[in-house]
Design a protein around this ligand. Structure first.
Ligand SMILES: NC(=O)c1ccc[n+]([C@@H]2O[C@H](COP(=O)([O-])OP(=O)(O)OC[C@H]3O[C@@H](n4cnc5c(N)ncnc54)[C@H](O)[C@@H]3O)[C@@H](O)[C@H]2O)c1
Length: 327
């Protein structure tokens, strides 16, 4: 059984990966600067430990990496509202923090599992995107690209550390993962925004005209993909798309949410400029080609959007009525 460190392990996706690894009998440490609300239910497990600290605190991070066989690097600023409004903090955490992890894991000869993002493809119009497809990003004066740029630099570091230092890695590009525990309803990710509006019986505000498309992968499916690749020899030193193939426009997502949750909110639109000023530029279509993940990880998303939304809505309903903690 392996000793596994998960930076960002008390986050949304990290909390599910912790659960799965513990169920498989591994020893798991979540290293995260949050208050640990999302992993509270794991604290009594003797194979689990929570370290509340920042990946920018190098000595604290190194102490934990030095005890690990595998380092899953999920800690990041991943909320669009934050990376548009706080580009410096985003770059410090998503780039410098990742570099800390790679340097220390490489020295320790630990395997690295790196969370990248579909954002690295930018606005490449030729969907679906294969892992080897081009990155088409906007100008550096638009803050929104700082997140994609930091994550892409992280991917380059993985290849470079592998080439120069023999570090073993697996990189995942996640495409809009959703589910219970996603975020507080004040975050800037699309589903929490819509859900908050629905639960408060307010109009759903779509940013832009709603024709932009995304695919949504349920968190349990995504966590399954992460764990499969972590222990698959053939996956080593490669990048994988983790997403669903079902393309939905944001307008369709809003309609589906209303339908599944039986919400009565109306649907309105606001321009990106009204929300983010000039620091944002939207991606018209975002669709993964998941054939490589199917072939090598033997993985594909299996939860339908209706089932996934139903479970997510139920969770946020219970939380908004004060009936459940984060789990
Ligand atoms: N959820 C998605 O749809 C999605 C899509 C693409 C990529 N990703 C990537 O997957 C990873 C997990 O995303 P998530 O959705 O679970 O996000 P999340 O925000 O829930 O989790 C990130 C965690 O990192 C922690 N963190 C932030 N800065 C830190 C620091 N300096 N030191 C220690 N911990 C810190 C946060 O407290 C949080 O718990 C991230 O790297 C994200 O960029 C997620």
């Amino acid at each position: 059984m392996a000793a596994i460190l998960i930076t960002g392990g008390a986050g949304f996706l990290g909390s599910y990966v912790c659960e799965r690894l513990l169920a498989l009998g591994h020893s798991v440490v979540a290293f995260d600067m949050s208050n640990g609300e999302k992993i509270e239910h794991l604290l009594s497990n003797p194979s689990f430990r929570f370290v509340q600290d920042s990946i920018l605190n190098a000595p604290a991070l190194e102490r934990e990496i030095d005890r690990s066989d595998i380092v899953v690097h999920f800690a990041a600023i991943a909320d669009p509202k934050r990376y548009v409004m706080e580009p410096l903090v985003t770059l410090q955490i998503d780039l410098q923090g990742a570099l800390n992890v790679f340097q220390m894991a490489s020295k320790r000869k630990a395997k690295v599992i790196f969370a990248s993002t579909s954002e690295v493809y930018g606005k490449n119009p030729r969907v679906p995107w294969k892992e080897t497809d081009d990155r088409v990003l906007g100008s550096t004066h638009v803050n929104r690209w700082c997140y994609a740029t930091a994550k892409a630099a992280g991917e380059h570091y993985c290849y470079a550390y592998h080439q120069s230092e023999g570090m073993t890695f697996v990189t995942y590009r996640f495409f809009n993962v959703y589910g219970p525990r996603l975020d507080d309803l004040g975050s800037g990710r699309v589903l929490p925004i819509f859900l908050k509006q629905c639960l408060q019986d307010e109009p759903i505000t779509i940013h832009g005209d709603g024709s932009q498309t995304r695919t949504f992968v349920y968190v349990e499916d995504a966590a399954d993909g992460v764990v499969r690749g972590m222990f698959e020899k053939q996956a080593e030193n490669q990048v994988f798309n983790i997403g669903s193939s079902q393309e939905l426009s944001i307008l369709e997502l809003a309609q589906k949410l209303k339908e599944v949750g039986k919400f009565s909110s109306s649907i309105t639109t606001v321009t990106h400029q009204e929300v983010f000023g000039n620091s944002y530029e939207d991606i018209p279509r975002r669709v993964p080609d998941v054939s490589k993940s199917k072939k090598i990880l033997k993985w594909e998303a299996t939860t339908s959007i209706e089932d996934g939304l139903f479970k997510t809505i139920e969770y946020y309903r219970r939380r908004s009525q004060g009936q459940c903690a984060q789990v």
